[in-house]
Design a protein around this ligand. Structure first.
Ligand code: GTP
Ligand code: MG
Length: 344
C-alpha cells in the first residue's frame, strides 16, 4: 500500500438497470439508510451520489475484504433512474463511471432498460458486474441476512437452488445474447474476459458483502493506474442538479470526477446560453454515506478532491444546466476554459 492514499482518486461506480429492479434499495443497504422511502412514488428521478469510505466497504464486506489490501479511498456510487423517460440521465451516469453495477431482478430478467444499460456500458467500454437481485423471492428461500452469498446459496434446499439456478442461467444466456460472456462470480478467473454475476438481495443483504468485494477487487486490480491522477490539479465535474438552498440561493450539485475545487476558485459552469464564469462562495459537502439528492445537512468545507459529490454555492448560477461541465480555471486563462466548456 502507498504511504499517500490522498493521491489516488476514488473510483466512480454507476448503478444501472431497469425500473424497480432494486438499484436504490441496494445502495440503501450499503449506506444503511432509506433513501427509497423518501422518493416520490418510489421512482428515482435524478442522478444521485453517495461516497462510501473504505472502512465502511470493509465493514459491510466483513471477512471477505481485508482493508490493508486496498489503497483506494473507497467508492463513489452514482444512482440512476430506471424509468424509460430518463435515458439521458442513464447515459450521463454511464459516461461518468469507472465501473458499473448492472442490477437485474432475477425473476424479471433482461428488460428494455437493462438492454439500454448494457448498450451504454458496451459503448463506453465500462467494466461491470451483474447484481442478480431479489434472490430472497425464490420460492422456499432460506435467508441468511447480510451474509456472503456462496455458502447461503449452497445451503438452500435443492428445490430453491435449482429454481434460482434456472433464473441465473437465463440471465447468463441474455448476457451472452448481448455479447458478454459471464458466470457466477466465484467461477470467474479473469474478470477482464468474463463478467461476474453476483446473486444478491437488497432486502436481506445477502450477497452485498460479495458485491462490494468484487467491486473493490476490480477497481484495485484493473483501475488503479487510472486512479493515479493529479488530484491536486484543477477540478473538473458535471452538474447533476440546480437547486435553491436556504441561505445560499441557487446552488449546483456536482459530481467532481477529477482534481480539486477550493472555496474562492474561479469556475466555469455550462449554462443554457453562454457559460457562467463565477467564484465559489461555499463548498458544501454531504455527510459521509449520505445521498446528495436527498441530503439536508452539509458541511461547509475549504476544498474537496475527486471523486466526490458536492454542492457548490456561487453567484449567478440561475442558468446552470444539469449535465453541463464545471471546470476550475486554475492557472489557465478564463477564455481557454470557457472555450473548453463550450466545446463539450
Ligand atoms: P428506479 O429508481 O425507479 O429505477 O427503481 P430502483 O431500481 O431504484 O428500485 P427500488 O430500489 O426503488 O426497488 C423497487 C422495489 O423493489 C421496492 O419496493 C423494493 O422494496 C423492492 N426490492 C428491491 N430489492 C429487493 C430485494 O432484494 N428483494 C425484495 N423482496 N424486494 C426488493
Ligand atoms: Mg431508484
Amino acid at each position: 500500500t502507498t504511504d499517500d492514499p490522498g493521491d489516488l482518486r476514488t473510483p466512480i461506480v454507476a448503478v444501472l438497470g431497469h425500473v424497480d429492479h432494486g438499484k436504490t434499495s441496494l445502495l440503501d443497504k450499503i449506506r444503511g439508510s432509506a433513501v427509497i422511502e423518501g422518493e416520490a412514488g418510489a421512482i428515482t428521478q435524478h442522478i444521485g451520489a453517495t461516497a462510501v469510505p473504505l472502512d465502511t466497504v470493509s465493514e459491510v464486506a466483513g471477512s471477505l475484504v481485508d482493508p490493508t489490501e486496498f489503497d483506494l479511498p473507497g467508492l463513489l456510487f452514482i444512482d440512476t433512474p430506471g424509468h424509460h423517460s430518463f435515458s439521458t440521465l442513464r447515459s450521463r451516469g454511464g459516461a461518468l463511471a469507472d465501473i458499473a453495477i448492472l442490477v437485474v431482478d432475477v425473476n424479471d430478467g433482461f428488460q428494455p432498460q437493462t438492454e439500454e444499460a448494457v448498450r451504454i456500458l458496451k459503448d463506453t467500454g465500462t467494466p461491470f458486474v451483474v447484481a442478480a437481485n431479489k434472490v430472497d423471492t425464490t420460492p422456499g428461500w432460506n435467508p441468511n441476512p447480510d451474509s456472503p452469498i456462496q455458502q447461503t446459496y449452497e445451503a438452500q434446499s435443492d428445490r430453491a437452488r435449482s429454481d434460482l439456478d434456472e433464473a441465473l442461467y437465463e440471465l447468463i444466456g441474455e448476457m451472452s445474447d448481448h455479447g458478454f460472456s459471464s458466470d457466477l462470480y466465484w467461477r470467474v478467473q479473469n474478470f477482464q474476459k468474463n463478467v461476474g454475476v453476483i446473486p444478491v438481495s437488497a432486502e436481506t443483504g445477502e450477497g452485498v458483502p460479495d458485491l462490494l468485494t468484487v467491486l473493490m477487487g476490480l477497481a484495485q486490480r484493473y483501475m488503479k493506474a487510472e486512479m493515479e491522477v493529479d488530484v491536486a490539479g484543477p477540478g473538473a465535474g458535471t452538474v447533476l442538479e440546480v437547486k435553491d438552498e436556504q441561505g445560499f440561493g441557487k446552488t449546483v450539485d456536482v459530481i467532481l470526477y477529477d482534481g480539486t475545487v477550493r472555496s474562492g476558485d474561479t469556475v466555469v459552469v455550462g449554462a443554457q446560453n453562454d457559460p457562467i464564469v463565477t467564484e465559489v462562495r461555499a463548498l458544501l459537502k454531504p455527510r459521509e454515506l449520505a445521498e446528495i439528492r436527498t441530503e439536508k445537512r452539509f458541511d461547509d468545507v475549504d476544498s474537496m478532491q475527486a471523486a466526490a459529490g458536492l454542492k457548490i454555492a456561487a453567484p449567478d448560477l440561475d442558468d446552470a444546466m444539469p449535465g453541463a461541465p464545471v471546470r476550475v480555471v486554475g492557472d489557465r486563462s478564463v477564455e481557454e476554459v470557457v472555450a473548453e466548456v463550450e466545446a463539450e
